[in-house]
Every structure is written in structure tokens, then in C-alpha cells.
Design a protein around this ligand. Structure first.
Ligand code: NI
Length: 176
């Protein structure tokens, strides 16, 4: 396994709409190795999610996993789609491995239904809520060239890390 370099804001790959993965490619050694490398890169950087464009591959593939307070299982989504959003909204602090040193509050639907392929190429159809739902939405935004900053409706919450630790630390953060 290898840790991959992370594309940072300003890199055009983060603003590019990612193309679908050919399902025939999923079982190949190269694709499985890439998924393992993405997971290692995510864990190494203390993230709970990582999208392929963040490692400069413009493909519809994301990995996620969180064993913290609001734990959710290690998840690989290929060619994912959000097919339903519930009416309730949730506001959470978000950060991004492609945006160093900043946090901001984003409001998103608190429950969603997702369809995708898993890393074995098997179709998934599931509902997610809370932190998992927020993480999925953040990662899927990366696949259409969006960053959490684009989703902020109130830039007054934009915070540098030191100030976050000083003033806002008690609220849960999503770094994805
Ligand atoms: Ni991100």
C-alpha cells in the first residue's frame, strides 16, 4: 500500500466533474490497489472520507470510515448517486483534506438514500443519516467539482484551526 499525495484547493482536478468507473475495471488488481491506497491515505491524514479527485484521479470513487463518536463502517462507493434527500437539515462543522487549516459550518439534508457499487462491484442501495450522511454528501460533492466552501451559506463561520480550537472545539467536526 502507498500513501498518495493530496490535491489542494486551487488544483483544477478538484473543480473537474469526475467520470464514471467502468464496472469491468473494479475487480482488477490495479483498481483494488488504488482503493487500498485511498483508504491508507485517508487514515494516514486522519480523514473520515476521501474522493478520488483529491488524489488527482478524476473518477467517481470515494472511500469513508469513522470510528469516533458517530462511528460508521469503512465504506467504498463507486459511481454513487444520492437518489433521495429527507426534509430535515443538519448543520455541522466541516473541513477537507484538500483545504488546509480551515473549518466552516455547512447545512445539509440529515438523511439520504444512496445507490452505488461497492469494491466488489456489487450494487448497494442504503439510507444514511447524521455524520455518515454528511460525509457522503461532502465526498459526492468532490465528484462534481464542489468543495464544502461552495456549500457554506454563511462565510462568517469560516475559521482557522487555531481559532477553531480556541473558540469552537466542543462542536463536532467532519474532516473529509
Ligand atoms: Ni473534502
Amino acid at each position: 500500500m502507498a500513501t498518495l499525495p493530496i490535491a489542494k484547493i486551487g488544483n483544477p482536478v478538484l473543480r473537474t466533474v469526475a467520470g464514471p468507473v467502468d464496472p469491468a475495471v473494479i475487480p482488477t488488481r490495479a483498481c483494488q490497489q488504488f482503493i487500498d491506497d485511498m483508504l491508507e491515505t485517508m487514515y494516514e491524514n486522519d480523514g473520515i472520507g476521501l474522493a478520488a479527485p483529491q488524489v488527482s484521479r478524476s473518477e467517481q470513487l470515494v472511500v469513508m470510515g469513522c470510528d469516533g463518536q458517530e462511528a460508521f463502517p469503512e465504506t467504498v462507493l463507486i459511481n454513487p448517486r444520492i437518489v433521495f434527500c429527507g426534509p430535515a437539515q443538519v448543520e455541522m462543522w466541516e473541513g477537507c483534506l484538500s483545504v488546509d487549516g480551515l473549518r466552516g459550518k455547512v447545512t445539509r439534508p440529515s438523511s439520504i438514500r444512496v445507490q452505488a457499487l461497492d469494491r466488489a462491484g456489487v450494487p448497494l442501495d442504503f439510507e444514511a443519516s447524521g455524520l455518515f450522511a454528511v460525509c457522503i454528501q461532502h465526498e459526492l460533492d468532490h465528484l462534481c467539482g464542489k468543495l464544502f466552501l461552495d456549500r457554506m451559506t454563511d462565510l462568517s463561520t469560516l475559521t482557522q484551526l487555531k481559532e477553531f480550537d480556541t473558540y469552537w472545539k466542543r462542536e463536532p467536526v467532519t474532516v473529509v
